[in-house]
Design a binder for this molecule. Sequence first.
Ligand SMILES: [Zn+2]
Length: 197
Amino acid sequence: MAVLPIYLYGTKVLKAKARPVKELNNNVIKLIYDMVETMHVANGMGLAANQVGSLQRVVAIDISEVDETDRKESKQQLKMTSPDLPRKVVLINPEVLDREGSWKMEEGCLSIPEVRGEVERAEKILVRFRDPNFEVKELAADGLLARVMLHEIDHLDGILFTELMDPAERTPIKSDLRKIKEGDVETSYPVINTKEE
Ligand SMILES: [Zn+2]
């Protein structure tokens, strides 16, 4: 396993659309292990392959360390993820088949350090994906799990959470985004900025 550098806001790979994984070969298996390791080292709840410079439709999620009852986690109370749902999941070629309801929550992103913003997303989703054994699965997810899935699946389509924010709320973060683009940001994990891409 290896910790991979995380591509920062402004790099081209974050705006690219990732391609479906055709087969589970050694490269994909290594990518999954490395993504999980990288996500843990960077203290993230989720990571999409674009964020480590790979355009394969792979997402890793781990919300097991999040206390979903902790209101200090965001301005709003977190919507609870149903207890029977997994907290750790790897999604290959995920597709959102259905969306229901909506709620707002403040989000952050390992590719956009120190920036946070409120995003409206569906409350419940139905997702079809292949698991790490390349078997097709369907999962009805809600609460934080659904939100993280939607955030990560957006990454695979080149969409960042800042683009989904209310335009008025985007204005104050513009200077922070410019700083990240210029490489003027400190992180506790290895990164690649626009000058290094
Ligand atoms: Zn992100």
